[in-house]
Design a protein around this ligand. Structure first.
Ligand SMILES: *[C@@H]1O[C@H](CO)[C@@H](O)[C@H](O)[C@H]1NC(C)=O
Ligand SMILES: *[C@@H]1O[C@H](CO)[C@@H](O)[C@H](O)[C@H]1NC(C)=O
Ligand SMILES: *[C@@H]1O[C@H](CO)[C@@H](O)[C@H](O)[C@H]1NC(C)=O
Length: 979
């Protein structure tokens, strides 16, 4: 029996392997559910259809019991009464609406019977009876302080109106019967809950046996379609659903909003498409159910590896949003329609409503509402709740060289030497699963990696790091202490009978760590101690893959939903946050391995993620293909991650599966150099494709792209610091930067880097050698070509730039910005640490520019104690713009942005005391400077010095520019340079 089962698994495993290796066809559709194969998706869509078909005769059966409503200390509480259809009673659903200090409102609905445990589970299941209420413990890290200053009044139409937010300019209009909420800002409705009446909380009910027993009267016929309430089968696996139907659903309408963004991860456009009833759009809802979807398809709402249920709705000059906090499988329908409200009452609003329908399989209804009005407001409030992007170690912003696999420690050293020989910079080399002894994590393959420490010493000698993979599946094999501990201490995820769950993954038969379990977390930490994992060093960092979790023989390549986690929560309830808990364990383990006084910021790359994962490291878009459409899709995918609070994101450069053509490989490096996370990776069956292997004519532009990345590292690091402290994205779409410019709302193939003013448009199509860049109508600033200083004036038009393959990615500098750079090519970013800076000043029409530079030690947490440099550079004139070409009184000033220097600041400054600015380039320099030969430099506490200025006239469309060589000013000091 056992043997035959194992045999069947083996056959399955082999067939999986074959699929992985052969790459014959793309994504296996039959492995993943469509809406009609999911019971709760079908039911919720059906409910919406029924309501819509009934038109005005539809009344939502949910009423807020007015007698129960109470508003106190920033919260409204009450009980929603659901009337069960056909009169068989009512269900009590406790409601809490929390008004937070930030101006965010949170609506939470539970179910009293389940809350109190007054229900019965079927099949003798040991699962918890409550709706899952633990996801907030993993996701929310702040921002929950209640607003004590809200004002409330109840009208005679049984309506409670709560005013809250900045200057009480927000209102929640809560209608009691039927229950609905309109959220208003400045008297205008921005978001509506249940205006369509699709709110649905599937209450607990016992399964009624409908079979007639001998001698007994026939039981009553069901008046509802129960066909998907109980057991559900898919792909040969049966979900026993011991809790019966438990889904939550709600319609959320954005009146006057035509664009919605967010809810990663999907491979489709940034501006989300409609999912029902219109041609050329999707016919499936957007799905969030973290899954191992290899060779995924383009332009579909199909689920991928991670989920962030944050959606922003945007129209001219207004952004609002919702965050649906639920870790169960979730689907979202989107439909746009001509606005139903009186357009006049919408003020300047749009003429389109976007109506969305959200539903999750289980758990609470728990939604956060953001009323903007700017995209920045939303991302700041969301980041305060779920945490800011980690400030990565500096090396992590360099280039990462990965492949499945570097096969021996000699291979690693050889690749390393070849990079050096080709003078190509890189920071990190990666080891995929083959470094282990038989896919047993925390071991090294002794034949192929006899000397991991020697290998790392070699890397270390030029400042390079190692990343190794450790996945959540633990090989089920004798004499493997890791699996012995997992089993004997009950640290694994259990099956529905509460015995350890066994499934198949890379090692074959495996168990999975339950990272929800505090004891498992403590154990996981111990495994990474240098003494417990010999061969690792402080420069060994981690890659967590397959953490959806991927289970080769599981339903939809993941875990059965009736599996049980710590606390007896069903896997169904926690699925989408599972990957986050595993990265959390690894992150904590990397902290724990260091002496508490010298902790370094962990680096962990994850494939699966949820809201909050941005606190823990980087993500990448999983197993893409070496094809042009995957290169093209990477930009909107990464942009969507960025506006969803997770900036540290990238896609496998070159494409994971298959072999890129020389052209594709080159274009991918040119684009990838502008991904926040920049890593090349390749499947085990693909050809070797380290950049130095490229043919002549291709290796040069790839090298240039890499050097460009390295020269801009000061700007990247500063942008990551901004993301870390404000939540603002590192990679920004047009609508985010220019929220008034409607022509940019759907653009997702060009983007800005942080606050730098760099506008990037990579070439993403085969055979293309030029791009058209859309320039927004900014009145006061030209755009300059980054490389040639060619000048373009932005006025809501498209400009044409040459982009030959042997050149580089088109990049423009928006006037008004100052960009820090480092220009000396080095082997790795570590070796650039004390290199001097270049400041590139792109002037606006008034001769002004501004920019920031953030520097710290790049690895420790000392910055949290003040050990950093944060400067603002400002170029301005004391005279009016009109006098530009006459008045000769411009200066560049470096101001300190450090709010409160500490003794750690002083000691950090000491380490940086010799780091200077070696060059200043002013683009858009004034005609009046022609003939000028020097500038006057004043550094804090030092005598004035004169330094040479070189003026170049530009011409033929090129801006004039001026260069100050070696002004000698120190980067950590205050100074002024008068032009
Ligand atoms: C309610 O009962 C009526 C009459 O018995 C029936 O026609 C209808 O389908 C029922 N509704 C539902 C949702 O079961
Ligand atoms: C990881 O989880 C633990 C336990 O919930 C929590 O205390 C810790 O802050 C988490 N760490 C991160 C990086 O989120
Ligand atoms: C130049 O600017 C400085 C500082 O703003 C000011 O004191 C000085 O008078 C100005 N000189 C001219 C010629 O405008």
């Amino acid at each position: 029996m056992f043997a035959s089962r194992a045999g069947a698994y083996l056959a399955l495993f082999v067939s999986f392997l074959l699929t992985f290796l052969n790459l014959v066809d793309g994504v296996k559709h039959e492995n993943f559910k469509t809406c009609d194969q999911s019971g709760f998706c079908t039911r919720n869509r059906g409910y919406a259809d029924k309501a819509a078909a009934s038109g005005s005769s539809w009344t939502s059966p949910y009423q807020l019991d007015s007698k129960t409503v109470s508003v106190r200390n920033g919260q409204l509480t009450g009980v929603i009464i659901k009337t069960i259809e056909n009169g068989s009673g009512t269900v009590r659903l406790p409601l809490v609406i929390s008004f937070l200090d930030s101006g965010v409102a949170r609506v939470t609905v539970d179910e009293e019977k389940r809350q109190k445990g007054e229900i019965e589970l079927r099949h003798g299941s040991p699962a918890r009876k409550e709706r899952y209420n633990g996801v907030q413990d993993w996701v929310i890290v702040g921002g929950l302080t209640l607003d004590q200053n809200i004002a409330e009044r109840t009208t005679d139409q049984d309506e409670t109106i709560v005013s809250y937010g900045p200057k009480k300019s927000f209102q929640a209009v809560i209608k009691h019967a039927p229950f609905s909420i309109d959220f208003r800002r400045d008297e205008e409705t921005q978001i509506k809950f249940n205006s369509k009446g699709w709110l649905s909380m599937e209450h607990w009910r016992p399964k009624v046996d409908r079979e007639q027993k001998e001698g007994e009267p026939a039981p009553p016929e069901s008046t509802e379609d129960e066909s998907t309430w109980w057991e559900e089968s898919f792909g040969g696996n049966t979900d026993t659903k011991p809790k019966g139907p438990e889904s939550v659903g709600l319609d959320i309408t954005f009146p006057g909003y035509e664009h919605v963004y967010g809810i990663p991860e999907h491979a489709g456009p940034l501006s989300l498409k409609q999912t029902r009833g219109s041609s050329g759009q999707y016919d499936q809802p957007y799905r969030l159910y973290n899954s191992d979807v290899f060779e995924y398809e383009m332009d579909t709402p199909m689920t991928l590896y991670g989920a962030i249920p944050l959606m922003q709705a945007h129209r001219k000059d207004s952004t609002v949003g919702v965050f649906w906090l639920n870790a169960a499988e979730t689907w979202i329908d989107i439909v746009k329609s001509k606005t139903s409200s009186n357009p006049l009452s919408l003020g300047i609003g749009g003429t389109t409503d976007t109506q969305t329908h959200w539903f999750s399989e289980s758990g609470l209804l728990d939604v956060f509402v953001f009323l903007g009005p700017t995209p920045k407001n939303i991302i700041q409030d969301y980041s305060e709740l779920t945490g800011y992007s980690q400030l990565p170690q500096h090396f992590a912003l360099g280039y990462h060289q990965c492949r499945w696999n570097y096969v021996t420690d000699e291979d690693v050293k050889d690749v390393d030497r070849k990079f050096d020989k080709a003078k190509i910079p890189y920071d990190v080399i990666w080891l995929d699963i083959e470094y282990t002894e038989g896919k047993k994590y925390f071991t090294w393959d002794k034949d192929n990696f006899p000397d991991p420490l020697g290998m790392q010493k070699h890397l270390d000698s030029h400042g390079r790091k190692l990343v190794i993979i450790v996945d959540p599946h633990i090989k089920n094999e004798g004499n493997y202490p890791v699996v012995d501990a997992l089993k004997s201490q009950n640290l694994g995820i259990n099956n529905k009978e509460n015995n350890i769950f066994e499934g198949w993954c890379w090692p074959g038969s495996s168990y999975w760590i339950d990272a929800f379990n505090p004891a498992a977390l403590a154990w996981w930490k111990s495994l990474f101690a240098y003494s417990n994992f010999p061969g690792t060093t402080p420069n060994t960092f981690l890659w967590n893959d397959m953490n959806e979790p991927s289970v080769f023989n599981g339903p939809e390549t993941t875990m059965p939903k009736d599996n049980l986690h710590f606390g007896n929560w069903e896997h169904r309830d926690v699925h989408n946050v599972n990957g986050l808990t595993f990265v959390n364990a690894t992150y904590e383990a990397l902290l724990a391995r260091d002496d508490p006084k010298h902790q370094r910021r962990p680096f962990v790359l994850t494939r699966s993620f949820y809201a909050g994962s941005q606190r823990q490291g980087a993500m990448w878009t999983g197993d893409n293909l070496a094809s042009w459409d995957h290169l093209e899709a990477s930009i909107p995918m990464i942009l969507n991650q960025n506006i969803a609070g997770f900036s540290f994101s990238g896609a496998d450069v070159g494409g994971f599966f298959g072999n890129p053509s020389k052209e594709l490989q080159t274009r991918w490096f040119q684009a990838g150099a502008f991904y926040p996370f920049f890593r090349a990776h390749a499947h085990i069956d693909s050809r070797r494709r380290e950049p130095y292997l490229e043919a002549s004519g291709y290796v040069e532009p790839i090298t240039q792209a890499l050097r460009l990345r390295y020269s801009l590292l000061p700007a990247w690091y500063t942008s990551f610091h901004t993301a870390h402290t404000t939540g603002e994205p590192v990679m920004r779409p047009m609508w985010y930067v220019h929220p008034s410019d409607e022509a940019g709302f759907a653009l997702d193939d060009q983007f800005y880097v942080g606050d730098t003013g760099l506008l990037v448009k990579p070439v993403l199509k085969e055979g293309v050698t030029s791009v058209d860049i859309y320039l927004p109508p900014t009145s006061n600033a030209p755009y300059y070509d980054y490389f040639t200083f060619e000048t373009y004036t932005g006025s809501g038009k498209t400009v044409h730039l040459d982009a030959p393959l042997q050149g580089h990615t088109p990049v423009l500098m928006q006037g008004g910005h100052i960009l820090p750079r480092k220009e000396r090519p080095r082997k790795s970013s570590a070796l650039m640490k004390f290199d001097p800076y270049t400041l590139v000043i792109a002037l606006d029409n008034a001769g002004r520019a501004e920019g920031e530079l953030y520097i710290d030690d790049g690895e420790s947490f000392e910055y949290q104690k003040g050990a950093y440099i944060h400067r603002r550079f400002r170029f301005s004139s004391s005279s009016s713009a009109d006098d530009n070409n006459k008045e000769n009184n411009f200066s560049l000033v470096s101001d300190d942005l450090h709010p409160a220097p500490t003794k750690q600041t002083t000691s950090f400054l000491k380490t940086m005391k010799d780091v200077r600015v070696e060059k200043i380039v002013v683009v858009g320099a004034l005609k009046a400077w022609e003939g000028k030969t020097e500038v006057v430099v004043t550094e804090d506490g030092e005598k004035e010095r004169k330094v040479a200025l070189q003026w170049n006239g530009g011409g033929r469309g090129k801006a004039a520019w001026a260069v100050v060589r070696d002004p000698g000013v120190r980067v950590g000091r205050g100074w002024r340079i008068a032009f």
